[in-house]
Design a protein around this ligand. Sequence first.
Ligand code: COA
Length: 476
Amino acid sequence: MATKKQKKAKAASKKAARKVVKLAAARKTKNKINGKNNGLPRVSSKPYGQDGKALTGVRILDFTHVQSGPTCTQLLAWLGADVIKVERPGIGDITRGQLVDVKGADSLYFTMLNHNKRSITIDSKHPQGKRVLDELIKVCDVLVENFAPGALDRMGLTWEYIHKVNPRMIVASVKGFGPGPYEDCKVYENVAQCAGGSASTTGFREGPPLVTGAQIGDSGTGLHLALGIVSALYQRNRTGRGQKVLAAMQDGVLNLCRVKLRDQQRLKAGPLTEYSQYGENIPFADSVPRAGNDSGGGQPGWILKCKGWETDPDAYIYFITQAPVWAEICDLIGEPSWKTDAEYATPRARLPKLKAIFARIEQWTMTMSKFEVMEICNKVDIPVGPILSMKEIAEEPSLRKTGTVVEVDHPTRGKYLSVGNPIKLSDSISEVRRSPLLGEHTDEILKDVLKLSSKDITEIKNSGALSAPKKEEKAA
Ligand code: COA
């Protein structure tokens, strides 16, 4: 028979055990919330935007030049990567001196594609320069380049070599074409637009092929490459090794033109009814024609004149006759009978008459400015888009507010406008820093990134690996 004292002790121990179980359960819940339970990292307690950036800790060896590669590395820099731009001593990225508007200053072509980067000058063909590059390869995560095919290999930086020096290194390249008959060709923007199917499908039927103002070959491929790099970094978390990433400009343009390859295949099933040439009774040939301003989807659209079009080249609006708002369109333009008239009431009935219908809508849009048309149409959910000039975009307050258009200060050219990061992350907020001057961070990178001593730095500098050959040497 247990004594009173023993009973009390037993009850106390039961109580303690219950407390332990309760505490453990509480800890389990807390860990679950923090992600520890599944081996996941902690959840930051810092406010959004104050715990580093998405790519903090990623270091990029940036061998890019002109537009396609720099677009990619600029995006990665905005997302937090440390981008070290390697440039040829004395010359740098060729765009520094192209389309110059302020004498003696880096061009807008360069500054607008190289924000948030550091610049080091290295002659990659000099033996000491190669040694510096080897050291950089060891401490970087990604090498990005867009040289002409074979140029990186000629520097001795083959994939096999780089992978041996740093098996974790991702080597990302933009080339004009993927493997095939044109793989050795040098390629610029408009070559890619033509070879990727954009030019043959842009413009008016009766005119020649057209290239677009949007740099879909260069900047578009840079975007594709950036996604490839981030994916390779993610896979490296699992495999521990780097890989090659290739974005060919022809492929990138074709990817952006995929609706046209869709239409190519639809041609076998008959005419493309949403193309205005169908309504005009013009037969289709065996490849996708240029569609002028026809919409690429199932809802017909066209560019219409607005008030002032006679003198203002941008007094136009894109107008979409979306089926669900057909009644609202009829009311606005003063043709209420078209809502019920069998000749107009259905999308199918309207197809052969689109030209005439848009001409009637244009009579209405021409009575107002593009912004007035937009205001009226938006109220009743009719999708329209004003044709905005670059001047209007540059002055648009809402774009300034979101950081899509930013003013940047530069030591040699002063203030200029740029396009900021178009991708907004709530916990990785981009700020736009000016582009580097040629070789501005050479010393800093040798000292802080490569941890070289002053003696080593002086020795490398004296070897000539980081500076342009003297004029006499050049002439010799
Ligand atoms: N130190 C020493 N040499 C350097 C150097 C450095 N830091 N940086 C570049 N070079 C050398 C290269 O090694 C190459 O020399 P090589 O051909 O004698 O081996 C040379 O500079 C020129 O490189 P290249 O890429 O051929 O430049 P380019 O001006 O003749 O051609 C392009 C420019 C854009 C046509 C070409 O680079 C290309 O087709 N790139 C791929 C597609 C692309 O990105 N196009 C879009 C550009 S926006």
